[in-house]
Design a protein around this ligand. Structure first.
Ligand code: 3H9
Length: 654
């Protein structure tokens, strides 16, 4: 028997229909069927003059049920259910109690009126899932709020709160503290009217060619391999030139086509992977420790970024440096980060001040005593890190979690022999830490489970995607990066040019190719790591990168690395000097199709990923893909190397 997913309560001739399908009131098939039935019943019931549609719980409706998208669509279809509401003789009022997203927003748009609670939010995030709104959103939204605002909402996932929705014409009213009471009064008011507005009837003027081409260019620039935003624009435009019905037909056709695309499958996969990663099965039932005050040791780029991320999440921060001058520089870095965030509109001046005040600078690590967690972010040097941890273990009680942010060193070596082994963990942030979403959480042999759970809780509070990684050189991400770079260098030795390889990876969807990326980050970091390994007697063969570093080419910061750069420019230019330096090392120039280059290098990543899985360094292929997407710029619409490789979509279209 199917559960009842909505309730109807009649009050003074008004039917109050409450969608109740936890966790997000998604519009799955059973709910669509029950909603269709209630629409018909309300229409037939002579005692009813109007209907209110609302959601139980925190949300109005989180959208269509995404879990159905791997199967063929099943009737009743959402556009038909919404059309039945719009065609009803009696008015339907959406009482939007919380987020109305995707199909949820479309449902509200199909109602004749919308009243919004203060916590209401409207959004059409479908393009983030590689699809377009498929239940009238591309046609009704522009008719209610205008073409420019609708294009922005649909193609960029910009959401509107209640006040914005009222100002834009998306909501008719704002409710006070009692949404349903206000909706009932509104329903009584409009129920006597002979006719009720339907978004489809509104006229819409074509904004003209210049508007469409500017919007198209903006969308193309941001798309990075996701076909949905451009498709949504085309459908929206068609509805304006050919009319509502024609627009609805093209919307449905495009929605169904994209629903089956590799990109949509990849984006859905990541949607569910991100949610699963936040709650690893191994930590079920284990409570994290409370986090109020967090220490950061070292105020370089990484330390200042971590401090900013912590302060932005409402935590109190103690930033420790070795003396007054480095502390002043660290605080300047922090100020710079907060000022940039104000410029970008992430918070205002007052919030930036409050965050700055939440950070206390110290030069004596004794001031870290009493912190719930201390994150070490000093230079990547084993002796230095061991000193820092020895001091931390001295000044902090056993209740303080002590985390290293090392990228390549063995965290076990850093803390070896220190008392209280259960409180040590590695938390690998990515630079810039206030921006990058990924946090690798690396428990050591003796790390306590509640310490690991606290790492995951920290990630949640920072808005980061946490992935548990086993302890090995480079953990998950840098280990794959090493193989990826080695794969690119092997191609280079085979005669393919750096520019050819970079262009192929950009074509695949990366913002930058492997050589451009190294030029930006600096070739010296990996060079030093290789030299350290060589000094320890390990067999690390000479690489092309070593040749360049020895010739003083460290990347953009020295005016040249794999490419030349004109002073003040970041545009990579092919380099005669590099060609000459590498000539003895290469087999002679040859070309390779871009699709083959990308397929080979993504294949290298997936091969390493399989080894990482076999060794238990990552728990699932999803975790590896999340690391690649959130830490290394792997194009989201491709899902990640493991997804591509399993689905056979490594090779981009030719
Ligand atoms: C669409 O609407 C297409 C239409 O245009 C056309 C149709 C014809 N379906 O995120 P949370 C699950 S496309 C199924 O942790 P929060 C989620 O997996 C859709 N399941 O909670 C998780 O499950 P579990 C357009 C869904 O409070 C649980 O709910 N809509 C859906 O942090 C809790 O999720 C979107 O793109 C769904 N639609 O955030 C919105 N949504 O507990 C997508 C969530 O087993 N959703 N689940 O891990 C969101 O953005 C957030 O989930 C939301 C709640 C803001 C709603």
């Amino acid at each position: 028997m199917t559960a009842t997913l909505l309730t109807r309560q009649d009050r003074d001739g008004i039917a109050v229909v409450t969608l109740d399908n936890p966790p997000v009131n998604a519009l799955g098939r059973a709910l669509r069927r029950q909603l269709g039935e209630v629409i018909a019943e309300v229409g037939r019931d002579p005692a009813i003059r109007a209907a209110i549609l609302t959601g139980a719980g925190r949300l109005f409706v989180g959208g269509a049920d995404i879990t159905e998208f791997d199967r063929p669509p099943e009737a009743p279809h959402l556009p038909d259910v919404i059309a039945a509401i719009e065609a009803a003789a009696k008015p339907w009022i959406a009482a939007v109690n919380g987020p109305a997203l995707g199909g949820g927003a479309e449902l509200a748009l199909g109602c004749h009126y919308r009243i919004a609670a203060s916590g209401a939010r409207f959004g059409l995030p479908e393009t983030a899932l590689g699809i377009i709104p498929g239940a009238g959103g591309t046609q009704r939204l522009p008719r209610l709020i205008g073409v420019a605002a609708a294009v922005e909402m649909i193609t960029t996932n910009r959401q509107m709160d209640a006040a914005e929705a009222l100002a834009a014409g998306l909501a008719d009213r704002l409710a006070g503290a009692d949404l349903i009471a206000d909706a009932l009064a509104f329903a009584q008011e409009v129920s006597g009217k002979a006719r009720h507005p339907g978004a489809r009837q509104k006229d819409l003027a074509d904004p003209g060619e210049a508007f469409w081409s500017a919007a198209g260019a903006r969308i193309a620039k941001a798309a990075r391999g996701n076909p949905a935003p451009a498709a949504a624009l085309a459908v929206l435009r068609h509805g304006i030139s050919a009319g509502f019905e024609a627009g609805m037909r093209l919307e449905r056709e495009t929605f169904l086509k994209l629903r089956n695309s590799d990109e949509a499958a990849a984006l859905r996969y990541l949607f569910f992977a991100e949610r699963a990663a936040a709650r690893p099965a191994a930590l079920r039932g284990i409570a994290p420790r409370p986090l109020g005050r967090v220490g950061v040791v070292g105020g370089g780029t990484m330390g200042a970024g971590i401090a900013a991320a912590l302060a932005n999440a409402g935590l109190r921060v103690v930033l420790s440096e070795t003396g007054e001058a480095p502390l002043a520089r660290a605080m300047d870095r922090l100020d710079g980060i907060l000022a940039t965030q104000v410029k970008r509109g992430l918070h205002d001046e007052a919030a930036a001040r409050a965050r700055r005040e939440a950070v206390t600078g110290i030069t004596d690590p004794a001031g870290l005593a009493g912190c719930d967690l201390v994150i070490e972010a000093v230079f990547e040097d084993l002796t230095l890190k061991r000193e820092v941890f020895a001091r931390l273990a001295e000044v902090c009680g056993r209740e303080t979690i002590l985390a290293t942010n090392t990228s390549y060193l063995d965290p076990e070596e850093i803390v070896r022999g220190l008392p209280g082994q259960e409180r040590f963990i590695a938390l690998h942030f990515f630079s810039p830490a206030q921006v990058m979403k990924l946090l690798e959480i690396v428990p050591l042999t003796a790390t306590g489970p509640e310490v690991v759970a606290t790492g995951f809780d920290l990630a949640r509070r920072l808005g980061k995607v946490a992935v548990r990684a086993g302890n090995c050189e480079g953990f998950i991400g840098n280990r794959i990066l090493l193989r990826y770079r080695a794969g690119a260098e092997a191609m280079l030795r085979d005669g393919i040019s750096p520019a050819g390889i970079d262009a192929a990876m950009r074509g695949f969807g990366f913002a930058m190719g492997p050589f451009e990326m190294q030029d930006m980050a600096g070739l010296d970091v990996a060079f030093r790591a290789r030299e350290t390994a060589r000094a320890l007697g390990r067999d690390v063969p000479e690489t092309a990168g070593d040749i360049l570093v020895r010739a003083g080419r460290l990347g953009q910061k020295t005016g040249g690395g794999w490419y030349d750069y004109a002073p003040g420019s970041r545009e990579p230019l092919p380099s005669q000097q590099v060609a000459a330096l590498l000539a003895p090392y290469r087999k002679g120039a040859r070309e390779m199709p871009a699709a083959d280059i990308a397929a080979a290098l993504v294949g290298v990543m997936a091969d390493e990923g399989r080894k990482i899985l076999a060794e238990g360094i990552a728990a699932t292929p999803e975790d590896i893909d999340l690391v690649e997407v959130h830490g290394y710029g792997f194009p989201r619409p491709k899902g990640g190397p493991m997804f591509c490789s399993a689905r056979g979509t490594v090779r981009p279209e030719r």
